[in-house]
Design a protein around this ligand. Structure first.
Ligand code: SF4
Length: 359
């Protein structure tokens, strides 16, 4: 289980440890060397709760530089961006895949039940991702394979052979309907899940025994009985109740501009200079961690910038900061009637982020 330093993976570790104490989980975190202190603190708190070490994977072990700086040099100072995310690949995915090697591995990913995304996860055939917080715990490649039209009869045969909780003709009828434009595979998946989550999981788990997926070698997998769906509120509750706590950067701070009051925080873990952060989060960094902001500015040279439209030294000009804060106050006051969470507003770009860095 990868621990990004964000709220969702931390909550997942607590949830699985509490609910499935017999599962033998290894925890790891990929350290870019550029996380906020709050993130390292969360990882320490989690180690205490889990009673286990969270293995720190670094993309380069024998360099005097942090992994990020080491690779930045290799890339000739070319800063990563959402269109060119060499950082996620080199600093997160590759160290994990290198650590795993050729072993068969089940990787638990903390994407929540209220999110619409699969995340940026490893696609190696010996690594199978499981999403315990979602109604559908299976990865999209597993679903695509199991519900392929060519496998309809195979699935029905397996369905007949299983001991199930709620065998139904309707379930079987749905299994036999070909996925097509009018009844897509995702529609079919949701219909089956709505009929019976645990029976659907038993069916997929039995189907996996006919494949090369890592779970094919397991005779039991307790997660097939899990039909809980966890959403944002559950994540905060789990973190609070466990004593691990919410990462400190999520705590809202007050600010004022021209007599108007607002609140800001950071919405995700990851490198302090991450290009996925919103303008108001850069201002939060400037005001709450000025030394980190100054370091982020030092990276902007030779025409490379973290944001496409403006450099960081332009962003902190007084008029520009005022504008960013005012825009954010306007945005939050418009959105507040729709959501009680500041994080929802900051998080609206969450889907484009990466599972390896922010979950
Ligand atoms: S947090 Fe952002 S900058 Fe850091 S590795 Fe992830 S995507 Fe790249």
């Amino acid at each position: 289980m990868g621990i990004s330093g964000g709220k969702d993976s931390a909550a997942l570790a607590i949830y699985i440890k509490t609910k499935y104490p017999d599962l033998d989980i290894e925890y790891y975190t990929c350290d870019t060397g550029k996380e906020l202190d709050e993130t390292y603190q969360l990882i320490e708190n989690l180690e205490v709760f889990l009673g286990k070490e969270i293995r720190k994977l670094r993309a380069v072990e024998d360099s005097h530089e942090d992994p990020f700086d080491h690779y930045l040099k290799r890339y000739g100072g070319f800063l990563p961006s959402s269109n060119s995310r060499w950082c996620t690949k080199k600093l997160k995915l590759e160290p994990f895949e290198h650590y795993v090697g050729v072993d068969s591995v089940v990787s638990y990913v903390g994407i929540r039940g209220d999110e619409e995304r699969e995340g940026y996860i490893s696609k190696k055939p010996n690594i199978q991702s499981i999403f315990p917080f979602r109604k559908n715990i299976w990865s999209e490649d597993v679903v695509a394979k199991a519900l392929a039209n060519t496998n309809r009869d195979v699935l029905v045969d397996i369905y007949h052979s299983l001991e199930l909780e709620a065998r139904s003709n309707r379930f079987e009828e749905i299994l036999l309907i070909p996925a097509e434009q009018k009844f897509t595979q995702s529609h079919k998946l949701n219909t089956l899940l709505d009929l019976h989550v645990r029976d659907f999981n038993r069916l997929i788990f039995a189907f996996l025994q006919t494949t090369q997926y890592p779970l094919a070698t397991e005779s039991l997998f307790p997660l097939v009985d899990n039909d809980e769906v966890l959403v944002r509120e559950d994540i905060f509750r789990i973190l609070e109740e466990s004593g691990v706590g919410i990462p400190a950067y999520y705590h809202k701070k007050d600010f004022a501009i021209n007599g108007k009051k607002g609140q800001y925080s950071r919405s995700r873990s990851g490198c302090y200079f991450c290009f996925f952060q919103q303008k108001i989060e850069w201002i939060w960094l400037y005001e709450q961690h000025p030394e980190r902001f100054a370091k982020a500015m030092e990276y902007e040279k030779d025409g490379y910038t973290w944001n496409q439209e403006e450099r960081l030294d332009e962003m902190i000009l007084p008029e520009r900061m005022q504008q960013i804060k005012e825009d954010f106050i306007k945005k939050t006051s418009n959105a507040v009637s729709h959501s009680p969470f500041l994080l929802d507003i900051l998080d609206e770009e969450e889907g484009v982020g990466c599972a390896a860095c922010f979950i």
